[in-house]
Write a protein of this length. Structure first.
Length: 571
């Protein structure tokens, strides 16, 4: 209803004065926004420093990532934010980097009180206060001690941070055998071999010579710009195999991924062919994307050609950046979504159930809305708890003076929210996006998780050279929701309703861009009750967990032998 003034006029009798009427405002229209900006009230105070320089180095345009994880084991999601700082100097050889002199800003750790109120705990986080020029991060228990650890990629030496379960970390890089001083970007901990421990895949990006930077753009004052990645040679990805105690060996050559020179920016593990193990889809920047099919025992084969995932539907490479996986059309298999550069559109690949994919971006109404923005972080989540997966994308150009070259293009860009109509087709929500879509950001990461404990998915947005933002979900307040926690990383999860209907989900953490979303499955079974969970961890037999009929609440799973014990909290 529109705001307005309702004026009531009373007819007066002969010789009588009209009764005065006080104008009354009409009732205010109820907000339709799905999200509110809760950054200020949350205590989240963090601004990314991109280290911008007159040389317009390419690394200045890329960061930075973040991780949502329960690092102090109190049952809620904490937040680790990655920092850049002054641009590193170029070493004697291309691809080597020199730390600048002086005090450098560090990555920051914020602890959650369970209600989306955060306290900066960096000063007591130990080695988590790392001062590398960070790009991305991933999380998982690498040494089997029951506590979550962090692996951080950098422009320079990567670092493994071992957690103690109390919010403090120590540097375990040297003892782990991990060593990578290149420009690395995305990382993912996952079980490559099916032996129950977490292995590590890291994408190499490009070889840059910061000591002798290329000049791109016009040679006029203020017109120099960052160079396209086509100007640089690609670096190889690496696969590290864990011995179960947190000591890794480089298996890049022996595992079958030696030909992984792709300028990688994203990794998502997903059992796309439903054979029980985790395959890897890699988003590469302006080169062919990769699909590494898991052959078992830590061996991979190049399945890109057969899967049709290397190019878009027109046979063109795209600037793959953010990644999300999920069953968007509810047909029982996992589809894939990739964000790309402007004038390309993002791409949704629909799985045919046999591990072959079609580019259906135009068909599902996602092509036109993504043609102008530069897409980065992205997530599939059931934001409105109607039972299907919606989509969020954050955007931002990499060229800070793009307005000089293209009318209508900007550095900061609006984020986008899309509602699933239940069949895997999407409609962009404008007013409903609220502040999430109203303010332009130089968006990079988008990370989903239930930050305030109310059973729906909230969002954290990171910017390149700007403040992080927290968007609280208010659309689903009070709606029946099912939150499944304690799942094995990247496990295939079927939720079975009392009616017999099934819903397929994948356990986290999902990568978005350069980071990790919360690990829980958050969804709903409208008009139905959950009675069974069918969980298939990587390369393990399916486990069935039977429950008393549950319409809304939390299911916490705890490993018991080959199965799970379930603690149910009803809402």
């Amino acid at each position: 209803m529109k705001r307005g003034i309702v004026l009531l006029l009373a007819l007066a009798g002969c010789g009588e004065s009209p009764t005065p009427q006080i104008p009354q405002p009409a009732p205010a229209a109820k907000s339709t926004a799905w999200f509110v900006d809760a950054t200020e009230t949350s205590g989240l105070a963090f601004t990314h420093d991109a280290g911008l320089s007159p040389e317009k180095h390419l690394p200045e345009t890329m960061g930075a990532g973040a991780v949502l994880f329960d690092c102090d084991e109190d049952g809620d999601l904490d937040l680790y934010l990655l920092q850049g700082g002054p641009m590193r100097g170029g070493g004697a050889e291309p691809g080597t980097f020199v730390e600048p002199d002086g005090l450098l800003p560090t990555n920051r750790l914020f602890l959650n009180d369970g209600k989306a109120h955060f306290t900066d705990a960096t000063s007591r986080s130990g080695a988590a206060a790392h001062s590398g020029y960070a790009m991305g991060a991933t999380t998982g228990d690498v040494n089997g001690d029951g506590h979550l650890d962090l692996y951080v990629t950098n422009l320079g030496e990567d670092v493994l941070l071992l957690g103690d379960g109390k919010g403090s970390f120590r540097d375990g890089t040297r003892e782990s055998g991990l060593s990578d001083g290149r420009w690395t970007t995305a990382a993912m901990l996952f079980d490559a071999e099916g032996d129950g421990d977490l292995d590590l895949y890291v994408t190499g990006y490009v070889l840059v010579d910061l000591a002798h930077p290329l000049w791109c753009g016009e040679r006029k004052d203020g017109w120099r710009s960052a160079c396209h990645p086509d100007a640089y040679p690609a670096l190889q990805d690496r696969l590290w195999i864990n011995d179960g105690r947190g000591v890794f060996r480089d298996a890049t050559a022996s595992s079958g991924i030696e030909a992984s020179f792709g300028k990688g920016l994203g990794i998502v593990p997903c059992d796309i062919d439903a054979d029980g193990d985790l395959d890897l889809y890699i988003a590469n920047d302006s080169t062919e994307n990769f699909l590494w099919r898991n052959e078992g025992a830590g061996m991979f084969a190049d399945g890109t050609l057969r899967s049709r995932l290397g190019f878009d539907g027109n046979g063109m490479t795209e600037a793959g950046m953010g990644l999300a996986s999920g069953d968007v059309d509810e047909d029982g298999d996992f589809d894939l979504f990739v964000t790309n550069f402007d004038d390309e559109s993002n791409t949704l690949y629909r799985n045919d159930g046999r591990g072959r994919f079609d580019d259906v971006t135009l068909e599902v109404r996602l092509e036109a809305p993504s043609r102008m923005p530069v897409g980065f972080g992205t997530v599939f989540e059931d934001f409105d708890l109607d039972g299907d997966l919606d989509l969020a994308v954050t955007n931002g150009h990499i060229i800070d003076n793009i307005h000089l070259y293209h009318d209508g293009k900007t550095h900061a860009q609006r984020s986008q929210l899309f509602a699933n109509d239940g069949t895997g087709r999407f409609d962009e929500l404008l007013a409903e996006a609220g502040p999430l879509g109203a303010t332009p950001f130089v968006g990079r990461g988008f990370y989903a998780g239930d930050l305030d404990g109310d059973g729906d998915a909230d969002l954290v947005l990171t910017q390149c050279g700007g403040p992080a933002r927290l968007f609280q979900n208010v659309r689903a307040d009070g709606a029946p929701s099912l939150v499944i926690s304690g799942l094995p990383e990247h496990a295939r999860v079927e939720l079975v309703g009392k009616s017999g209907k099934r819903k397929l989900r994948v356990a986290g953490p999902q990568p978005s861009y350069f980071g990790a979303c919360g690990p829980d499955v958050i969804t709903a079974l409208p008009g139905d009750e959950l009675v069974e969970l069918r969980i298939r961890p990587a390369s393990k037999p399916e486990v069935t967990v039977r429950l008393e009929p549950l319409r809304s609440g939390r299911v916490e799973l705890v490993r018991e032998g080959d199965g799970f014990a379930a603690k149910v909290t009803r809402r």
